[in-house]
Design a protein around this ligand. Structure first.
Ligand SMILES: Cc1cc2nc3c(=O)[nH]c(=O)nc-3n(C[C@H](O)[C@H](O)[C@H](O)COP(=O)(O)OP(=O)(O)OC[C@H]3O[C@@H](n4cnc5c(N)ncnc54)[C@H](O)[C@@H]3O)c2cc1C
Length: 506
């Protein structure tokens, strides 16, 4: 059996360069060649600035120096997402990356003890019990080790960065390690007449780029996976009707917050992502409820600083490519599907796809069993993310506009309906196999959106009332001490990783 040797990546957006960087690092270029083809004329989607903590694993594999990375991508630190007006106008809650509370007695999650405590009169704002939520509220950040008694894990965080400088950073990283970039527009694809495998892509200038395996990072168009293999698309827009985004950067008017903000709007929601040199903004909406022009206008009216460009409209359909891997072609990034950026999951799904490809890395003649396994595992990952995002729309008291009336009354996938039912009954937010989101994440969002459990796990009754009060006070004090010891987010950046003027101007 012959080894896979020449890898061709089509597309040089975040997806293409993340794939190139991981390949260059993990496989090196001794036994493999890595060629990335991209077209400046076509360009990239150019958004994608908020991440989740799994990116730490990606950076660790690449061996990236964190402060250099933050400096060069104008990044800030992200402790979670603040949701405003989602449950109802005037409401807010925080979805933190951290752990809810601490381990009290084993057996069941802290949230069960907390629910019991709240039912007996405790304060129903959970942010005092999650270090990341309390730190975010106070604009604080630092990297911390686990607490000496082992009760609190290190602060859990991700980044908010400039998509353009991030792709450029990964490009430099990949090229230094032997990946080769080819400029040009792919206009044709050569397939083996017997196997159907792709043998080469042809560029507009006549160049032929041959390979054993092709990674389709061509963005929404899915040049290879759909254009060649007709992999099909599962359209999820009946659950996730948003199909447009207006995006615009604006001047930064205050210290960057260590979190992304998501504000529900009349026909969707608005993001605010603070970077070191500017603030990224966008209005994600459904064009059946608001026009592109009106959405762009509303976005401009709601910025907290002067716009730095004209709003750019992006069009998409929520859903997933039916098959992400066909023969010798794997779709990564937007070519494999898209779920709106409400929980900043797309970059994670890129990382997951490439890391799973390593796990299932085939010989030159690909065993279809590997393909089936990969496709099944990615389906599960997508389904969980989809359900989590749908939950934000379904679980709400809002019915003030036709958009929210639709969302509140729509039917949801059975998998989500079952989860909501169990949560409503006893606060059960169990992490299922393949689910990216932790129990804390599900709890924070469902509770924050207004689904208040009627009860909690019976094991939480094992503590006496006094023990419960003592345990709650102990956790709250430990978290308070941790947060008190943190510097402000702005001071931390200034001291450790402020962007250099060249990066700031980028
Ligand atoms: C509104 C919006 C907001 C988002 N926010 C977030 C976020 O906060 N967090 C997050 O994780 N993700 C976010 N995403 C998703 C994120 O932007 C993408 O996952 C990420 O940018 C990867 O894109 P990509 O590389 O797959 O595609 P693209 O950036 O579209 O790149 C496609 C590449 O393919 C090349 N190409 C296409 N056709 C050809 C051809 N014929 N020949 C040669 N080259 C070709 C293009 O030149 C380009 O280089 C957001 C997406 C949208 C739409």
């Amino acid at each position: 059996m012959q080894q896979m040797k020449d890898i061709v990546i089509v597309g040089g957006g975040t997806g293409g360069w993340m794939a190139a960087a991981l390949f260059a690092r993990v496989f090196g270029t001794q036994a493999h060649s890595i060629t990335l083809v991209e077209s400046e004329e076509i360009g990239t989607v150019g958004v994608g600035e908020a991440t989740i903590p799994t990116i730490m694993q990606f950076n660790a594999i690449l061996g990236i120096d964190e402060f250099e990375f933050v400096r060069e991508t104008n990044a800030t630190f992200k402790l979670g997402i603040e949701f405003i007006d989602w449950r109802q106008t005037g409401s807010s809650y925080f979805h933190p990356f951290g752990l809810f509370g601490a381990n009290i007695k084993g057996g069941v999650g802290f949230m069960n003890y907390w629910l019991r405590w709240v039912q007996s009169g405790g304060n129903p704002d959970f942010s005092d019990f999650i270090a990341e939520a309390a730190a975010a509220r106070e604009g604080k950040f630092a990297r911390t080790p686990a607490s000496p008694d082992g009760k609190l894990p290190p602060v859990n965080y991700a980044y908010q960065f400039d998509a353009a400088t991030y792709a450029a950073y990964l490009r430099r990283y990949s090229e230094r390690r032997g990946a080769v970039r080819r400029e040009g527009r792919v206009v044709d694809v050569e397939q083996n007449s017997e196997t159907g495998y792709i043998e080469a892509v042809k560029l507009a200038d006549g160049t032929r780029v041959a390979g054993d395996f092709f990674i389709d990072c061509s963005g929404f168009r899915g040049l290879l996976i759909e254009g060649v293999f007709k992999a099909g698309f599962d359209d999820w827009s009946h659950w996730l009707p948003n199909n447009r985004a207006a995006a615009v950067p604006c001047e930064r008017v205050e210290d960057p917050t260590p979190f992304t903000r998501s504000t529900a709007r009349e026909a969707g929601w608005q993001w605010r992502i603070p970077l070191q040199h500017r603030t990224g903004n966008g209005y994600v909406f459904c064009d059946s409820y608001i026009s592109e022009d009106e959405a762009a206008q509303k976005l401009l009216e709601r910025l907290d600083g002067k716009p730095l460009a004209d709003p750019k409209i992006l069009r998409f359909t929520a859903g997933k490519r039916r098959l992400g891997w066909v023969k010798n072609c794997l779709a990564v990034g937007l070519s494999s599907g898209f779920l709106e950026p409400l929980e900043s999951t797309s970059i994670h799904l890129i990382q997951l796809a490439v890391m799973k490809l390593f796990e299932f890395f085939p010989m030159r003649e690909v065993n279809p069993v590997l393909i089936d396994m990969y496709n099944r595992e990615m389906d599960v990952a997508y389904d969980h993310v989809r359900d989590f995002i749908i939950a934000h729309y379904k679980v709400t008291d809002r019915e003030d506009t036709p958009f929210w009336q639709y969302c509140r009354n729509m039917s949801v996938p059975d998998s989500l309906a079952a989860k909501l039912e169990l949560f409503r009954e006893r606060g059960e937010a169990r992490k299922m196999p393949g689910d990216l989101f932790s129990e804390t994440s599900w709890f924070a969002v469902l509770y924050g959106q207004g689904l208040i459990p009627q009860s909690y796990h019976p094991i939480a009754n094992a503590l006496s009332e006094d023990e419960l009060q003592l345990a709650m006070a102990g956790v709250r004090t430990a978290i308070r001490h941790r947060v008190d010891s943190l510097p402000s987010h702005a001071d931390f950046i200034e001291r450790c990783c402020a962007a250099r003027p060249a990066a700031t101007a980028a």
